[in-house]
Design a protein around this ligand. Structure first.
Ligand code: G4P
Ligand code: NA
Ligand code: NA
Length: 194
């Protein structure tokens, strides 16, 4: 997606060979116009797939997901990372292992919002090692719903998540795929749609 790649080039900050900071439009300050275009792009890629719900994870998955949900006319559910006071019963839960933090955390969604009639699009902001997406997929499976695909704003193609998810048979659509962050420079893998 050209506008996204352009924005990453202009505003992304390479923190190391493996981490890209995008606080100016995605992870802290949010660019609503860009999010709107991101939502349109996800909706366009999945419009023929009979999606009934989008499932994401707080916090940075929410903005792009809401824009995609707006375009597709369907609700958006975000998995919570902390147990909430009001979210106590009938939870679907999965463990997500973070390689960076070397710890596992539970994520959860109320059973109320996903059921066996749903076809779910999973969306997240970054794809690194794929553990968050796998946790979200586990939750969707617990609800006996179908997973139609996984939409990612920024995939780090040099990390293992994309390969892992595609090997498991998931359709993964990334709007920008980073080939490398070496030497302080962002290079992209161009996909077929660009
Ligand atoms: P891992 O699988 O690679 O170990 O990822 P990890 O769980 O450690 O990821 C921790 C957080 O960092 C996640 O957000 C994830 O989306 C994000 N992340 C991973 N790689 C990058 C990167 O290169 N740049 C940026 N900006 N973020 C990255 P989170 O903690 O769930 O935070 P949020 O969704 O509330 O923003
Ligand atoms: Na994040
Ligand atoms: Na995230």
């Amino acid at each position: 997606m050209d506008l996204l790649i352009q924005t990453i080039k202009e505003e992304g900050i390479v923190l190391s060979d493996s981490v890209l900071k995008v606080d100016s439009f995605l992870n802290h300050q949010i660019n609503p116009q860009l999010m709107f275009e991101i939502g349109k792009e996800f909706a366009n890629r999945f419009k023929e797939d009979g999606i009934t719900k989008i499932v994401t994870i707080e916090s940075s998955g929410i903005a792009p997901s809401v824009m995609a949900g707006l375009q597709l006319g369907i609700p958006v559910i975000f998995a919570r990372k902390k147990k909430s006071l009001t979210l106590v019963n009938d939870l679907l839960t999965a463990k997500v292992y973070s390689f960076t933090k070397q710890e596992s955390n539970d994520i959860s969604v109320s059973k109320k919002y996903i059921n066996e009639n749903d076809r779910v699009l999973i969306i997240d902001d970054f794809l690194a090692n794929g553990q968050a997406a796998i946790g979200l997929a586990e939750i969707v499976k617990q609800a006996n719903a179908e997973i139609a695909g996984i939409g990612i704003v920024i995939e780090k193609g040099f990390q293992s998540g994309g390969k892992l998810l595609r090997e498991q048979g998931y359709r993964v659509e990334s709007l920008a795929t980073i080939h490398s962050l070496n030497e302080g420079k962002v290079t992209f893998t161009l996909d077929k749609t660009e």
